[in-house]
Ligand binder design. Structure first.
Ligand code: FAD
Length: 495
């Protein structure tokens, strides 16, 4: 008989879930029980370096929904999810002791804090002679399949991609358990740990407003594997949008310009290999084209950042970034607040920042623009922006977030000099009619299209006619776009 615990982390699903599949196979071969545990650790609800909430309201809600969904799925298989609240190492170890488990299964996560916690769990379990069995993270390509070791991962994405595409096949998702033996947790203990509102009290108290979705949001993200799989069904098959993904993916408005799978991938409600498998199904059933390839291409970016984090670790989060550049970043809290609140006076930046603050999501085009503006026009410490994203994004993932910030701030491993996004040009390319900025900035609703991205150029009479007085209804630009970029380019070149 073999008692096992599956310690769920950011892998909240049943499909392609290696720890669960391994525990299931062990129970099938040797008999025994499986207890499924998630730990709500107050650490993840504490503050970041710059004093922001580590987990903001949107991700907290998404997490709660994902846990409820996982519990439902496990119940269908004859098991259930138990949720503990406290220090992860203590909770996992005590739980293993009380269920007399000899092995705990979990997924490895490469973030600094995540690794620290895993180390504590291992140490604490060793005291009770319990083995920790760790599976690789949720990437498209398994680390052991790569044609290079972690220390040899190419620094430049295109080199990484070419080698991987040439040499590696994506594995099929693992088989799902068809039924699971019930856990060993005694009824009294189970009632303490069961998934109900009380268990989530801590999350609820921290974020009482987290249940109010904004009606302007591109999509209502609901946590859980069920909703993640439904989104694939909707985007790929029902709306048939995968066939034109490459042409639409740079959009900013509406539900279907891109897949919106990132929150489910980040929390592990979807596995990357499952997405890959369903792209292949779509290709067989409908069409195989540049767009279907491009979605996989984007998942390769995700892999690349995951492996870069595994290679460089802490360096990704340090102020100098992967290039270890010493730049005199500013910590101007007033201007930082203008950026966070969407009051910089540049509509494209402000609309994106207001979308993030209201919904916990922003398009990739938007993220690139606002990150460039913060670092290359305002010269503000990129880590402050990264932490704002960390707090608010539903799809926050340490590797993708800090990797992309390194890249956009010009301190990443394949930075090619000082490359900044001219927000006016970007606005005219990607929001020519001003539909996106009007959606988020109601004060610009009557501004004529020719001024909608540069409202400060309106004559006072035009401002009056449009009910948009600059400095009253909408702010003056916080900086001169070109002078500020020139200034920071000089600083960058000196560094
Ligand atoms: P799609 O365009 O439909 O792409 C499909 C999937 O590919 C995404 O779900 C995502 O998993 C992956 N992907 C796409 N682009 C990237 C990319 N540039 N880097 C890594 N993976 C990518 N993505 C996160 O998942 N979490 C983050 O915390 C995060 N922070 C970011 C911060 C900045 C400054 C920037 C510029 C980008 C960041 N991204 C992050 C990447 C990207 O913006 C989002 O993955 C994407 O916008 C999510 O929308 P989607 O699912 O519709 O993407």
């Amino acid at each position: 008989m073999s008692q096992s615990v599956v310690w769920f982390r950011n892998d909240l699903r049943i499909h392609d879930q290696e720890p669960l599949t391994r525990a299931w196979q062990r129970a099938r071969d040797f008999g025994g029980t499986i207890d499924c545990l998630y730990v709500v650790d107050p650490f993840w609800f504490g503050k970041t370096r710059f004093g922001l909430d580590r987990t903001g309201p949107f991700r907290a809600r998404f997490l709660r929904e994902s846990l409820v969904d996982l519990d439902r799925s496990l119940r269908r298989l004859g098991n259930r999810l138990l949720v503990a609240y406290g220090s992860t190492a203590e909770c996992v170890a005590r739980f293993a002791e009380q269920t007399a488990a000899s092995r705990v299964y979990c997924t490895h996560e490469a973030g600094i804090e995540e690794k620290r916690i895993e180390k504590h769990v291992r140490k604490r379990l060793a005291k009770s002679d319990v083995e920790l069995s760790v599976s690789p993270p949720n990437t498209l390509h398994a680390i052991e399949d790569l044609p290079f070791g972690i220390p040899e991962i190419p620094e430049v994405f295109s080199k990484f991609r070419r080698k991987v595409e040439k040499k590696v096949d994506v594995r099929s998702p693992l088989p799902e358990p068809t039924s699971l033996p019930a856990g060993a947790a005694k009824e009294m203990m189970a009632s303490v740990f069961q998934v109900d509102d009380e268990r989530f009290e801590a999350i609820n108290e921290l974020h009482p407003s987290s249940s109010l979705p904004d009606s302007r949001a591109a999509i209502h993200f609901e946590g859980g594997e069920t909703k993640g799989l439904e989104r694939i069904e909707e985007y790929f098959f029902r709306n048939d949008r995968l066939r034109i993904y490459k042409e639409t993916r740079n959009g900013m408005l509406g539900p279907d310009y891109s897949s919106k799978l990132s929150p489910w991938l980040a929390l592990g409600c979807l596995s990357a290999r499952k997405v890959h498998e369903l792209v292949r199904t779509y290709e067989e059933d409908r069409v195989k084209n540049d767009s279907t390839y491009w979605l996989i291409f984007e998942l390769l970016w995700r892999d690349y950042f995951a492996f870069i984090l595994a290679k460089h670790g802490r360096k990704l989060f340090l102020v100098g970034g992967l290039r270890e550049m010493e730049l005199p970043w500013k910590h101007d809290l007033e201007r930082f607040a203008l950026w966070c609140e969407g009051r910089t006076g540049f509509p494209l930046i402000d609309a994106n920042m207001r979308e993030l603050a209201a919904t916990g999501f922003m398009s990739n085009r938007g993220r690139q623009n606002v990150a460039s503006f913060l670092t290359k026009n305002l010269g503000i410490d990129w880590r402050m922006g990264a932490e704002w994203f960390e707090s608010l994004l539903i799809d926050y993932d340490p590797a993708s977030n800090y990797g992309n910030w390194n890249y956009t701030a010009g301190i990443g491993n394949d930075a090619r000099g000082f490359r900044w996004f001219n927000t006016l040009k970007q606005a005219s390319n990607y929001d020519g009619e001003g539909e996106y900025v009007r959606h988020w900035l109601s004060e610009l609703s009557a501004v004529p299209t020719q001024f909608v991205h540069a409202p400060w150029e309106m004559h006072p009479a035009e401002q009056k006619r449009s009910s948009c007085i600059i400095g009253v209804d909408y702010p003056h630009p916080v900086v001169d776009l070109f002078k500020s970029a020139d200034h920071h380019e000089q600083i960058y070149d000196q560094a």
